[in-house]
Design a protein around this ligand. Structure first.
Ligand SMILES: C[S@@+](CC[C@H](N)C(=O)[O-])C[C@H]1O[C@@H](n2cnc3c(N)ncnc32)[C@H](O)[C@@H]1O
Length: 224
């Protein structure tokens, strides 16, 4: 066997894998059972988490709205990251239909409810008022639902900050049972507003679960 051959290759035969094969493997074997933050399941592409902390640092946000909590690993990670970067006066507004079964830190406010219900949006608006805010949507991924979230929560995103529409990977991979999904919603949204642009520079690792999903506010929100 040559030095570059399979037997002594630390990638154990995966060196010629395509991006499609990598995503399928990550989805099938890793993301749902094998990614943890402080011992709590975290349903994320970990390359995206690195980009998220770069965004949080660069924009200086002090409030993150997380739509879709599930086990809460990402919620904990957001809580710690904000606390480390910006101190105690930070806030994660975490929204889900069901409460996670973990004790949430002091800078997390959990809201149980449908993300697009009037009462949920009103509570989030009140909690985020006066805070530099970004939004991450990782709840119901149907395009129509995400488009409504973009319209309702886009107004809460501060100048220069982001609305991250997660899991547009389903559209790219053409996983029929989940499409049309977030990528379709993001494209429709930027076609109807000049306040946001898709920031492809945030897809630098290529292997993102949010293709076309990093929406940056480039114009102030219109009043009303
Ligand atoms: C993909 S999981 C979230 C994963 C989590 N963000 C993470 O990084 O580990 C989706 C979650 O969205 C919640 N969800 C689905 N539809 C929702 C809705 N309309 N409003 C609020 N939460 C919703 C589900 O209950 C589920 O817990």
């Amino acid at each position: 066997m040559t030095p570059g051959g399979r037997a002594d290759n630390p990638l154990r035969g995966n060196l010629d894998m395509t991006l499609r094969e990598w995503v399928e493997r990550y989805q099938r074997e890793v993301v749902f059972e094998n990614v943890h933050y402080r011992g709590v399941l975290t349903w994320k592409n970990v390359l995206d988490l690195w980009v998220y902390q770069e965004i949080i640092w660069e924009t200086g946000v002090e409030c993150v709205v997380e739509i879709g909590v599930r086990h809460g690993g990402t919620t904990l990670w957001l809580s710690d990251t904000l606390q480390k970067f910006r101190g105690d006066d930070t806030l994660v507004v975490a929204i889900d239909l069901e409460a996670p079964s973990l004790a949430l830190p002091a800078n997390v406010r959990f809201l149980r409810g449908d993300s697009i219900a009037d009462e949920t949006v009103a509570q989030v608006r009140e909690l985020c008022a006066g805070r530099k805010t970004m939004v991450m949507a990782d709840g119901n991924h149907a395009a129509e639902h995400v488009l409504q979230e973009l319209r309702l929560y886009g107004a809460l995103v501060s100048d220069g900050c982001y609305f991250i529409a997660e899991d547009g990977i389903v559209d790219v991979m053409e996983w029929a049972q989940f499409t049309p999904g977030p990528l379709v919603a993001a494209r429709r949204f930027v076609a109807e507003t000049d306040e946001f642009m898709i920031d492809h520079s945030r897809e630098k690792f290529l292997l993102t679960y949010a293709p076309d999903g990093f929406l940056k506010r480039v114009k102030p929100a219109r009043p009303g």
